[in-house]
Design a protein. Structure first.
Length: 92
């Protein structure tokens, strides 16, 4: 996660409530995996949307960003860089 302080708040309340509910009344393993996968997908969308909207700037040092780009690429997780709204980028 690029900016945990800014991004975690987008899902922490739901995560904490889920954890508390599961401690009080644990779901079955199959239900836990199903519900966990659904929650993770929602949270990932929240974080990804926030990053795309630049709601959480990437405050990592350049060297760290470069290292992660390399690791992501090696893992096949390359994400195309966001294009700015500059007019030259909006041409078809």
């Amino acid at each position: 996660m690029r900016h945990p302080g800014a991004l975690m708040s987008r899902y922490a309340t739901e995560r904490d409530a889920t954890e508390a509910a599961w401690v009080a009344d644990p779901p079955t393993s199959s239900d836990a995996f199903k519900l966990g996968d659904e929650a993770e997908a929602r949270w990932l969308t929240l974080v990804t949307d926030a990053m795309a909207a630049k709601a959480a700037p990437d405050g990592r040092p350049m060297i760290v960003r470069r290292l992660w780009r390399g690791w992501d690429s090696a893992a096949g997780l390359t994400i195309p860089p966001a294009r700015s709204a500059h007019p030259r980028n909006l041409r078809s």
